[in-house]
Design a protein around this ligand. Structure first.
Ligand SMILES: [Fe+2]
Length: 304
């Protein structure tokens, strides 16, 4: 499972389902005021927090960016059910000092009572993440050596997967065990739309000769799995540092922007407000640069 912090109350961790080998299944509810038929999350990705708050990369101070996002999340009137960080929490090598800075920068979120769900990316280190952050972990993981879990919300089930293979190596992979687990988990939860969340992107064509795979090494098998379950409506991921919304045969591909730096001039960095409703999802981009032309732009995602 990813790392989950739920400082308000352990009651939100409703059950560890014995039916799925002791893994963690988390039910969420909207806290405070807000539309009763919706659930909102703050979606963050690729924070790349370094050991020192002063470190700058690609002309961006990553710690400052995360501080800004934390302030904005806490000011969001919708009062989200949680904050999800889809990997690359640490700068490059998953150092304990990176996570110490991450923990202190994200601390206002947990102090405010918002559940925080941290996922792994290719620049993370599972052991160092667990060591540095207060953790509520399952004694028996759903998938050996991987952080996977399910967030049950009123409108959709979110399946958080783990695509980290080796720290600071760009390639991701889910692997047979995790894909088999996901198949079973999806089959046992067909009553609501399913949204699958992973750090890496799909890579459906082989890399150029001599180049590494930069996305999921098992993309084809994974996509086949997703398509074979019609209640899988969306795939949310980070990794590319390139905000985009696409569709593939009715499956929504939601590529989150980085909180940290972008790789293309003019591309937005920031975070995304996501509000689930019975027929889909509303996404609103919040950019670090308040003057960015895409700042505040909302998109309605309709389940097919
Ligand atoms: Fe990244």
């Amino acid at each position: 499972m990813p790392i989950h912090q739920s400082p308000v109350s352990r009651r939100q961790f409703l059950r560890c389902s014995a039916g799925i080998v002791g893994g963690l299944v988390i039910s969420t509810r909207v806290q405070g005021a807000g539309p009763s038929d919706s659930t909102s999350f703050a979606l963050l990705s690729d924070t790349h927090i370094p050991s020192s708050p002063d470190t700058v990369a690609h002309d961006v101070n990553m710690t400052s960016n995360l501080r800004q996002v934390v302030r904005e999340v806490l000011a969001w009137q919708q009062q989200p059910a949680g904050v999800i960080v889809t990997g690359d929490c640490a700068y490059l090598k998953g150092l304990p000092e990176d996570y110490a800075n991450f923990a202190s920068t994200i601390q206002p979120v947990t102090a405010s009572g918002l559940p925080l769900h941290l996922m792994t990316g290719n620049h993370d280190h599972r052991g160092a993440m667990v060591e540095a952050l207060t953790v509520q972990s399952a004694r028996n993981p759903l998938v050996q050596s991987r952080f996977v879990s399910i967030l049950e919300t009123p409108q959709a089930n979110l399946f958080l997967l783990d695509s980290l293979t080796q720290t600071n190596v760009v390639t991701g992979e889910l692997g047979d065990m995790q894909r088999n687990w996901l198949t079973q988990a999806l089959q046992s939860r067909q009553d609501k739309p399913a949204v699958v969340v992973v750090h890496h992107n799909l890579q459906l064509t082989p890399p150029a000769e001599g180049k590494r795979i930069t996305g999921l090494a098992d993309s084809l098998a994974f996509l086949e799995l997703l398509k074979s379950h019609r209640h899988v409506k969306a795939y949310i991921f980070g990794h590319t540092h390139n905000w985009s919304l696409k569709q593939m045969d009715g499956l929504h591909l939601i590529n989150l922007p980085p909180v940290a730096y972008v790789f293309g001039e003019g591309r937005p960095n920031g975070w995304v407000q996501a509000t689930f409703h019975p027929q889909g999802l509303t996404l609103t981009l919040k950019t670090i640069d308040a003057q960015h032309p895409l700042n505040g732009k909302s998109h309605e995602i309709h389940w097919s």
